[in-house]
Design a protein around this ligand. Structure first.
Ligand SMILES: [Zn+2]
Length: 256
């Protein structure tokens, strides 16, 4: 749609191009391009341009795009169509390029508070048991699982010491990713830490679901082992030749 918007821009500007002149003389004629409607027997291409015309016409003011300071580009059109959205801080670790895709997806749901936990049916009045499936002493909800649950804390302490990051008593999902990113200054180190963070979130949720369906709690050590294997495997797979020597050495140390 934003690419077709470029044609709309050229038509609105009456560019000195032969096909624009032809469209104005054959189709639009005396009308303005904003009032024009495609006839029923028009080609599907022209109907598509007219459809984009309808979408983008609100972005024009007297044939001038948006505020008039910039010409239409696909980037400008996309930003205009997208509108204003709240900027979130968690996108750094959730959509980090080194994340395993399934870890990124689950982390995204967790960041949005959309994972299925028992506190949600409880709030709807259809479930009374909200005990945490991993420690049986907290509530089965995101804030507890990431990372105030006793089980999660064992995993975090064990795992974060692997990355040489200290765990605080009041650790939670938000403070954790910020700290994991700050621990290392280099971008590559940060990406590896974010990848580890997303893997931890994924595997704690997986352990929670395992308890629900198998009625048995996994050993935290096994969970940590899985996280290490997946993070190291992913990092090695994605590591390019241009990766700095210091990062390569660090990855060798943490994977040994
Ligand atoms: Zn718990």
């Amino acid at each position: 749609m934003v690419a077709v918007g470029k044609l709309v821009w050229q038509i609105a500007q009456k560019k000195d191009v032969i096909w624009i002149k032809w469209i104005h003389s054959v189709y639009i004629r005396e009308q303005t391009c904003w009032e024009y409607k495609a006839p029923p027997n028009a080609s599907w291409i022209w109907k598509g341009v007219c459809k984009a015309n309808e979408v983008f016409k609100a972005g024009y003011n007297n044939n001038i795009w948006s505020t008039g300071t910039k010409k239409y580009t696909a980037k400008e059109g996309y930003k205009w169509l997208k509108g204003q959205y709240e900027t979130v801080g968690w996108h750094h670790w959730v959509w980090n390029g080194l994340n395993v895709p399934k870890h990124a997806f689950i982390s995204w749901l967790v960041a949005l508070g959309k994972v299925k936990t028992r506190d949600r049916p409880k709030a709807a009045g259809v479930c009374n048991d909200v005990a945490c499936l991993l420690c049986n002493s907290g509530t089965d909800k995101c804030l507890h699982l990431f990372f105030r649950c006793h089980f999660s804390r064992i995993v975090c302490v064990n795992f974060m010491s692997w990355l040489q990051i200290k765990v605080e008593n009041d650790e939670c999902l938000c403070t954790a990713w910020e700290k994991w990113g700050r621990r290392y200054r280099s971008r590559k180190h940060q990406q590896i830490c974010y990848s580890a963070h997303a893997a931890t979130v994924y595997h704690i949720r997986r352990a929670r679901n395992h308890s629900l369906w198998e009625n048995a709690v996994l050993q935290p050590d096994r969970v940590v082992q899985c996280i290490k294997q997946e993070v190291v495997g992913r990092v090695k797979m994605q590591m390019k030749e241009s990766c700095p020597e210091v990062v390569r050495n660090w990855v060798t140390v943490i994977s040994s």
